[in-house]
Design a protein around this ligand. Structure first.
Ligand code: AMP
Ligand code: MN
Ligand code: MN
Ligand code: MN
Length: 276
């Protein structure tokens, strides 16, 4: 029996485990097909593939692209992408290039709120010099005791309207899907239940994503409740989209769901791996 986990992070973006350690943990937990989907960066795939091959596990080349849709940030996962494809590689490089300046602005906002030195603090948690994100700030702020845990740090400091939040222009939805598809990949809308959208906007996003060439949505993810697994399974069927499964694992003790620990897709969903 295959066990799929099609969304995970390594130290190449904001995960806590190296690509190799991530693959080893997934294999030990019974995952047979793992996608490494670091944010806006495919640099961990080579080591992950080599390690997976040595362990007899299948590694899917993935990426999670940061997207600005209207005034929302949404994430699009690419599965089976070609990391060397120029459109994808160039697009991701552009998306990554804004992160340093954004981090400086985040630190300035936090300093204004009376918390100095957060860029230096967050940098101690950065594991890829080209990638600094909110998770690195959150780990530092939580360690300093500015809030009870990472989730509370996000709510208090790092979400829209809070002092460490800086609105940012990521890729457009069209670009993200285009880059993924151009490189031979499958575009999957990540954790749709996480976006604060009304019903009309939800349907607009799903329709637009499908019309652009998106093939699947994450139905079962570490970000969804059991009720949302059912809700988003129905959305997938209604919109003729395939369904994906991914833990969105970032690290032991930090993520709600460990690698390979998700329930099966709800009845009636067609799995995205029909396309593999
Ligand atoms: P960024 O791309 O820099 O905006 O960071 C987004 C990342 O922050 C997500 O992929 C998660 O790793 C983390 N994140 C966002 N919201 C939360 C939250 N409420 N609790 C914990 N981690 C979060
Ligand atoms: Mn992350
Ligand atoms: Mn995400
Ligand atoms: Mn993710």
């Amino acid at each position: 029996m295959s066990k799929y986990d099609l969304h995970s992070h390594s130290t190449r973006s904001d995960g806590l485990l190296s690509p190799q350690a991530l693959v080893e943990r997934a294999a030990a937990r019974g995952v047979t097909v793992l996608a490494l989907t670091d944010h806006d960066d495919t640099g961990g795939l080579r080591d992950a593939s080599a390690c997976a091959a040595a362990m007899g596990m299948r590694l899917v080349n993935g990426v999670e692209v940061s997207v600005t849709w209207g005034d929302q940030t949404v994430h699009v996962v690419g599965l089976h992408v070609d990391p060397n494809h120029p459109a994808l590689a160039g697009g991701l490089a552009r998306v990554r290039s804004g992160r340093r300046r954004r981090a400086e602005d985040m630190a300035a906002g936090l300093a204004q709120a009376g918390i100095p030195g957060t860029l230096e603090g967050a940098s101690a948690y950065v594991t890829n010099p080209a990638f600094v994100g909110r998770a690195h700030f959150a780990r530092y702020l939580a360690k300093c005791g500015y809030a009870r845990d990472i989730g509370a740090v996000f709510r208090r400091y790092l979400t829209a309207g809070r002092p460490g939040y800086v609105p940012h222009q990521w890729a457009s939805l069209d670009e993200a899907v285009d880059w993924i598809v151009a490189s031979g990949g499958i575009a999957v809308l990540a954790h749709p239940g996480r976006y604060p959208l009304g019903n009309v906007q939800r349907e607009e996003l799903l329709g637009r994503f499908r019309d652009l060439g998106g093939k699947a949505i994450e139905v079962v993810t570490g970000s969804h409740t059991a009720v949302q697994h059912v809700t988003w399974g129905r959305y997938a069927q209604r919109f003729g989209l395939l369904a994906s499964v991914g833990s969105d694992f970032h690290g032991p003790g930090e993520s709600l769901r460990d690698l390979g620990s998700l329930p099966p897709l709800p009845d009636g969903c067609r799995p995205v791996w029909e396309l593999f």
